[in-house]
Design a protein around this ligand. Structure first.
Ligand code: DAH
Length: 352
């Protein structure tokens, strides 16, 4: 008679010497398979007399379940080992920063754009936007820019092939000033349509921020840049109002009540008199210098006429400021090209 204890410990040994599930199932067949050792033994019981059959049967069954138990244990262990191996192979370092998309933020020039809108909105100015492909009338002629004005030359202006329906030549607008004419003449036309006269027409107060284009490129000029145009026309809008509005704007924009402003005589075809607005910071890196920030002036009578208004009765001011320039001064950026390179090392310094 086989020593069953011996058989059980031999089975356990061979189970534990297997290194994977396939090998284990092969070894299992030797003991528990259809013609395995224990199966054969159980078959052999038939030859015994009933009493020994009972006692031997019980012993064999006990050995069988001990082996089955050992098999089950080994299966579990191999499965656990496999899982552990996979886990350590696929280990992730949860302390590494995530690879999700970074949180975006507004481009610094767009921040300025929004800031400018907010400030002028609080002063009762509407915000308007116009086409970037403009025609000769709105960009130059209506603004009293003479035929031979240097801004019209091929060096300064991006002309677009073809003409519009009024046979006007087309160009990428060189400034936001055409919006003065577009917005004011539209307001005048609408009021006339509705009321038949201009008696009670409210003042026209608008800013028009947007992209502008010139053939220009260096540390302080870019072929595409942003401007904001401002216009206030009414029956009694003085140059003093320009000074008041623009001073309030700049002090709010730079969050500095101590700013000094200077209105320096200048020339623009669309204003008379015209002034360049300079600003001086009381402290900081830029202290003590006059920095040019905007063109401005009292709207020229010819331009008022081109808005559909009688310059004998309507008067006002306009200004045009560069948004990049405002942004550079606010944040201390000294190269304009940084705004257009989209280097995130620069842009991420302006978090949301
Ligand atoms: N359009 C001028 C420019 O691009 C800026 C400007 C000057 C706008 C005087 C104005 C103004 O409205 O009154 O250089």
């Amino acid at each position: 008679m086989v020593d069953l204890d011996q058989l059980v410990s031999e089975a356990k040994q061979s189970f534990s010497s297997t290194s994977d599930a396939v090998a284990l199932e092969e070894v299992k067949a030797k003991y528990l398979g259809k013609s395995g050792l224990l199966t054969e033994m159980l078959k052999g019981l038939g030859k015994l007399d009933p009493d020994s059959r009972k006692t031997e049967g019980a012993k064999i069954n006990a050995a069988k379940s001990a082996i089955e138990g050992a098999l089950q244990e080994r299966r579990q262990q191999l499965a656990d080992d496999l899982l552990q191996a996979r886990l350590s192979q696929e280990a992730i370092d949860v302390s590494l920063p995530g690879r999700g998309r970074g949180v975006g933020s507004l481009h610094p020039v767009m921040r300025t754009w929004e800031r400018v809108e907010e400030i002028f909105h609080s002063l009762g100015f509407e915000v308007a936007q116009g086409p970037e492909i403009e025609n000769d009338w709105y960009n130059f002629t209506a603004l009293n820019s003479p035929e031979n004005h240097p801004a019209r030359s091929m060096q300064d202006t991006f002309y677009v092939e073809g003409h519009d329906s009024k046979d006007q030549s087309l160009l990428l607008r060189t400034h936001t000033s055409p919006m003065q004419i577009r917005f004011a003449s539209n307001a005048v036309k609408t009021h006339l349509n509705n009321y038949g006269n201009l008696d009670d027409m409210p003042d026209i107060r608008v800013i028009a921020p947007g992209r502008t284009y010139r053939v220009d490129s260096d540390a302080t000029h870019s072929p595409m840049f942003h401007q904001v145009e401002g216009l206030w026309i009414g029956k009694d809008v003085s140059f003093a109002a320009l000074k008041g509005v623009y001073t309030h704007f700049l002090k709010s924009f730079f969050e500095n009540k101590e700013l000094n402003l200077r209105f320096r005589p200048s020339y623009f075809p669309f204003t008379e008199p015209s002034a360049e607005i300079d600003v001086a910071f009381p402290s900081g890196k830029l202290a003590g210098r006059w920095l040019e920030i905007s063109g401005s002036g009292q709207v020229h009578p010819t331009v008022v006429r081109n808005m559909g208004l009688d310059p004998e009765h309507y008067i006002g001011f306009a200004f045009g400021s560069g948004l990049e320039r405002l942004t550079m001064l606010r944040y201390g950026v000294d190269d304009l090209r940084l705004f257009f390179e989209n280097d995130t090392r620069f842009l991420s310094q302006f978090p949301a």
